[in-house]
Structure formats: C-alpha cells, structure tokens
Design a protein around this ligand. Sequence first.
Ligand code: CP
Length: 331
Amino acid sequence: MMHHDSDLPFPHHCLAIKDFSKEHISHILTTANQYILSDGYHIKTSKELEGITIANLFFEPSTRTRTAFEIAAIKLGATAINLNVEQSATHKGESLLDTIRNLEAMLCDIFVIRHALSGAAHFVAKHLSPQTHIINAGDGLHAHPSQALLDMLTIKRHQKPFHQLSVAIVGDIKHSRVARSQIHALRTLDVPDIRLVGPKTLLPDTHNYDKVSCHYSLSSGIKDADVIIMLRLQKERMMDACIPSDTEYASFFRLTQDQLKLAAPDAIVLHPGPINHGIEIDYSVANSCQSLILKQVTYGIAIRMAIFSLIINQPVIATEPVTTQDTHLYV
Ligand code: CP
C-alpha cells in the first residue's frame, strides 16, 4: 500500500488542474514517483485497488491515454473495462449520462472519460452518485489533466526545480487542452518563465496571466529554455484556416537540431503525442538524447496509478456542484 498523507484532502474527481493546489500536484508527483522502480523505467505492481472496477469511456480516439489508464488499473489490481463506444448503445440514441448511469449500476467505481465536448467530464461528475469518481481524459478544448501531470513528472525527474525553469510551449496552443492544463500546472508550481510560442493565429489570449509571455518566432521563444514542449496542429478542432499550409508552418515553427541549439545546453524536449514528424518536429530531434517523449509515455502509467490511488482513498464527500461556466476556462 502506498503511503498517503492523510492531512491532505484530495479532490474526489480529477477534472482539471485548476482544482489542484500546489500541494496536491506535489503529492501526485511524489506518489507517482513511488510507483517507478529505481531503474527509472519499470513500474511497481500492487493489489492496492483490488475489488475496484475502472471503466474507460473514450468517445474520441486515443493510443497513449486510454492504454496507460488501463495498464495503471491492472498494475494496481483493479478490474479495467474499455467500453467499445462504436458498438455501444450510444449509436441507438442513448445519452452520455444514461450510458454512464448504466455502467454505474454495474458497480463501476471510477470512470475515465474522453469526449469532444468541453465540460463533458464535469457534467457527468455533477450528475452521478457521490461515491463514483470521474477522471477527465480530455474534454474538447478544455483540459487534459493527467497529461499535464505526467509532463510535470517528466520535468521534475529530469530538470532543475520548477521555480528555476524557463519552459517554452510551441505550436497550436489555441486548440490544445494539453497546453491549457500544462499552463495551469506550471503556474501552480511557480515556474517563473512560461513562453507560448507560435503564429498569432494559434496562440490564446494571455492578458490575464502573469509569468506567461507570447513569442511569435521559434528562435526567440526557445532561446535558453530548459524545457521545450512541442505540440501538433490540432486540425480536428480548428474552426477557421489558422495557417496557410503545413509546409509554411513547418518552415517557421518546426523544431530542428539547429534550432534546438538555441535552447539551454541541457534542455529537454517533450511532446504529448501523436507526433507529425517533419511538421512540428524533426524525426532526428524527436529521437535525440534530449527528447524524453517516450519517457513521458512510461511515466504516464505511474501518474495514472497515482491519480487512481489518491482519488479512491478519499472519504466519500459530495463535492461542490460544478457550474458550466467553470468548464470554459480558456487561457
Ligand atoms: N497525449 C494524448 O492524449 O495521446 P492520445 O490521444 O494517444 O491519448
């Protein structure tokens, strides 16, 4: 059984980074670190969640997130099921809430939900019984908290302390739920220099945020940065034509070996995946010794184990209702 600090109440759900304090995030990172063996690669197994049933409900495609949640559940001794959305009764008109209520009636304890609509996980959390836990695995443009947490774990394990870091997030930040969650996490962890890098059409409005600056050129944005997080163009969420072409975007914002030399000498390169090689990042950079992209994927299992463990070990208390306005928190 993992050690949990009983003095630190933990949220009942994992819906968005903004629900976590600095102490919560630190606690998740410490707990996740305890699941990683000393070789830095293998992950512990335990029976901590024996008897718990975890349901993965992915209404959008996923390779990393869905699989990592499933492996995390198995490693903790839980039962994991994956609803095949394509074959489910949602295609006969059943609502999201009815689908989940039926699975709840089959005694599922935790739901991991990915949905194209911002606020979907919050909506479900508001309507289920108080003992059920919801984990947001990505909702529209809004949030992808477990991805941001695994990114923070990667930074914590491979870089200076957060309060000394310059972090550049490069690419289509406007349409990225990952970037939004990363920015919340980096600010909560007191990172003093957070740079958003990309063409104006792909950067969000940041006037409400201190510590966050915008850079419209890759070379100025990554200069002396300790961490470079590359993002893909999220065409499935672009309403308008935001860039002239992939080729033109790549000519200005693709991370090449030469560009990487502008960053701090020990800079690390992250990418949440999936990668579009040759558009946002060169294959040689993604596979260089400065790239921790596959480490992120491995750490993603430990982070999901920590999330399961921390939310399930909380007393059953009905949380404050979440308003729909809360679900539209854009940077
Ligand atoms: N990073 C991420 O969310 O990847 P998947 O879409 O494969 O889950």
